[in-house]
Design a protein around this ligand. Sequence first.
Ligand SMILES: Nc1ncnc2c1ncn2[C@@H]1O[C@H](COP(=O)(O)OP(=O)(O)OP(=O)(O)O)[C@@H](O)[C@H]1O
Ligand SMILES: [Mg+2]
Length: 265
Amino acid sequence: MNARFGFSTLHSAAVIADAPHPEPVVRLRNFVRRFGPNTIIDGLNLEIAPGEFIALLGRSGSGKTTLLRTLAGLDEVRGQDVEVPGSRAVVFQDARLLPWKPVWKNVALGLSGDNARDRAEAALKEVGLGHRLDAWPLTLSGGEAQRVALARALVREPKLLLLDEPFAALDALTRYRMHDLVLSLWRKHRPAVLLVTHDVEEAIALADRVLVLDKGRIVAQERITAPRGERASFAQRLREKLLSHLGGDDHGDGVVPFPIAEAAE
Ligand SMILES: Nc1ncnc2c1ncn2[C@@H]1O[C@H](COP(=O)(O)OP(=O)(O)OP(=O)(O)O)[C@@H](O)[C@H]1O
Ligand SMILES: [Mg+2]
């Protein structure tokens, strides 16, 4: 444990045996995903609590997007023990907007009811784009397009928000602004979040829990209890620790079980 640093390494269920166990919104048990002869996810267990913010790190090709696609319901998981909420939304690295529809219609896509435009407008205002309702997607900057994608995800008030490297293509300053935006939206709407990222600093700055995926399993997880904005004092130490797992160091049998924990903030 590193309690005085504001984070703790979860080695077993006993670590937080006394913590309350809210009913998880996501539960995977012994999940396996193969492509032909290649086993990408190999007996993975994962629970995510309501409102919990999780960051998922892992080397390129380790299966992060594969896992996210499963949670999004984009891939077939017949015969597997996978529980996800009905209401979930995904934001990918590219905003994937329909170029022939104005911004507000991209956000309102699939919404039913007379108030679809009003709901889209409210969501776009939340991401600071209330003035671009009728703009065409191709006239947006990368950061603006990602904000539209966030608005499109949040307008449905999902219980689970899946983010696959949503800030990777943005410049550093825009990325920091997006961090603030995502946190403020998360605080307001309280979805559970799974953020896939290659950026260890981003993971430490945003998440309640950071997971490292390697060889088809979660090989490390760190729970961060310090408030966001007060993590600088231990960030370097935690960063080194996470990087050592990402670098594939030998950590014994290395596989971490998944006790569920309540969101910290
Ligand atoms: N539909 C598919 N068919 C065959 N192989 C696939 C398919 N989708 C993913 N894979 C393989 O599964 C492995 C994991 O891919 P995945 O996209 O999940 O990795 P990732 O961790 O998201 O990587 P990155 O960080 O580069 O985005 C890769 O070897 C990839 O080639
Ligand atoms: Mg990926």
